[in-house]
Every structure is written in structure tokens, then in C-alpha cells.
Write a protein that binds this ligand. Structure first.
Ligand code: SAM
Length: 226
């Protein structure tokens, strides 16, 4: 057996184990679990970290940022309740892993990242894996009005408040999943647009994210934003 097929078998085995772990932690959506079972997470981190890629933990990706913990990615995606063909906006492309999960679930994906280097790296790996989606370099707290409205919006960085621009870019029955809190912890919130001007707000567990920096987020300059 060649070295690379041996490595691929090793990663496949670890992905299976990770999926079992996520299931035991309460993730039930089979479309989310199946996407996690397919995406080679080790390709979204530096080769020095690839042996840790299937641990259920966040890992550094440069610029003081992280690829989110698989449980966090799974929990946010499950809360979005994404259906095939739905239009999904992601704020915080980071490594591109969450975007790959959404593409694998056959969503129509739009993703925004504020760090140029991360934006370029994510574009490269997602194109290499053959996914088709739209990327933007900029401040995602303002959403992406050119393609609005969206069925789903997911914010993968911690916000001080729910960014109002994002709420405005939801379709009727559209879902916004956003972690909101201080720099230590954030509550996962889901907002569903139930009519032209009415919204339902649901609160879930606490998580810890890197900060959402931008006009409708935190100000730039905290130590975690390098
Ligand atoms: N979804 C990512 C993944 O799968 O790797 C997780 C990325 S990390 C937890 C959060 C990302 O949000 C960082 O890459 C950070 O630079 C980005 N970010 C923070 N504020 C942002 C903003 N206003 N607009 C776009 N991206 C932002």
C-alpha cells in the first residue's frame, strides 16, 4: 500500500471516530454528520497540525484565528437546519472548513473573511476540493446585500450584539445563528424571521469564539485579533 493511501485510511478511520464522538455529544442531524465524515479536515490546517485534525478541538490557522472545534461547527450547522439548495451566508470563512461542510450539504454558499491571507488560503483549498461558492474579503458584520436575502446566515466569530444588518438580510422563515456575549463566552442564539418585521429568538448553550471584528461587531485592536 502506498504511503498516501495508508495516510488516507488513517484519516478516514479518525473521521469515523470523530463522527461517533459528535453523535455521543448530541449531534443527530445525519446530513451534518455525513458531511463531517467526508471532509478532509486535515487539509484545512497546517501540515504540522494534521495529526490533531480529527480531535474535537479548535486549532490555530494563523492571524490569531482558529478553525472551530468540530462540535461547534456541527452544532451551528444543525441549528441552521439547512436544506439542499438553500442560500447560506457565512461570516468568518477562516480555514474554509465550515464552508466546505455547507457545500457538501449542497447549500448555495456565500462566505466573507476579513483577513486577506485566510481568505486566499480558504479559496485555494476549497477550489482544490472542487467546491463552488462565492468568497468576499471584507467586513461580514454588514452582511452581503448584493446577494440577499438568505435562507441561513451563520456567524462563526463572537459578536457583542446581534448585528442588525444580518437580520435584515434574512428571507421569510430564514435563520440566523450567531454567538453573542463578551470576550470570555458567548451564548448561541438563533433568530428566525417569522414575518416582514417579526422575529423569534431562541437561546442555546455557551461557546467560546474569537471576536467578530467590524462596524457591527467589536472594535479592532484587542490582543486576540492579530
Ligand atoms: N468558519 C471558520 C472555519 O471553519 O475555519 C471558523 C473561523 S474563526 C473561528 C472566525 C473567523 O471570523 C476568523 O477567520 C476571523 O478572521 C473572522 N472574522 C472576524 N470578524 C469578521 C468580520 N467582521 N467579517 C468577516 N470575518 C470575520
Amino acid at each position: 500500500m502506498s504511503g498516501s493511501s495508508k495516510a488516507n485510511r488513517k484519516f478516514k478511520y479518525r473521521r469515523n471516530k470523530l463522527v461517533e464522538k459528535l453523535r455521543s455529544k448530541g449531534i443527530h442531524d445525519e446530513s451534518v454528520l455525513s458531511a463531517i465524515n467526508k471532509i478532509p479536515r486535515h487539509l484545512f490546517v497546517d501540515t504540522a497540525l494534521e495529526n490533531r485534525a480529527y480531535e474535537d478541538s479548535a486549532l490555530p490557522i494563523g492571524k490569531g484565528q482558529t478553525i472551530s472545534q468540530p462540535y461547534t461547527v456541527a452544532a451551528q450547522t444543525e441549528l441552521l437546519n439547512v436544506k439542499q439548495g438553500e442560500k447560506v451566508l457565512e461570516i468568518g470563512t477562516g480555514s474554509g472548513y465550515q464552508a466546505a461542510i455547507l457545500c457538501e450539504m449542497r447549500a448555495d454558499v456565500y462566505t466573507i473573511e476579513r483577513h486577506k491571507e485566510l481568505y486566499h488560503n480558504a479559496r485555494e483549498i476549497l477550489q482544490y476540493l472542487g467546491y463552488r461558492l462565492r468568497f468576499k474579503l471584507g467586513d461580514g458584520t454588514l452582511g452581503w446585500s448584493a446577494y440577499a436575502p438568505y435562507d441561513c446566515i451563520v456567524v462563526t466569530a463572537g459578536a457583542p450584539v446581534v448585528p442588525d444588518e444580518l437580520i435584515k438580510q434574512l428571507k421569510l422563515m430564514g435563520r440566523l445563528v450567531v454567538p453573542v456575549g463578551d470576550h470570555e463566552k458567548q451564548k448561541m442564539i438563533r433568530i428566525t424571521r417569522i414575518s416582514e418585521d417579526a422575529y423569534e429568538e431562541e437561546h442555546f448553550n455557551n461557546f467560546k469564539f474569537v471576536p467578530l471584528i467590524g462596524k457591527k461587531g467589536w472594535e479592532e485592536g484587542r490582543s486576540t485579533d492579530t
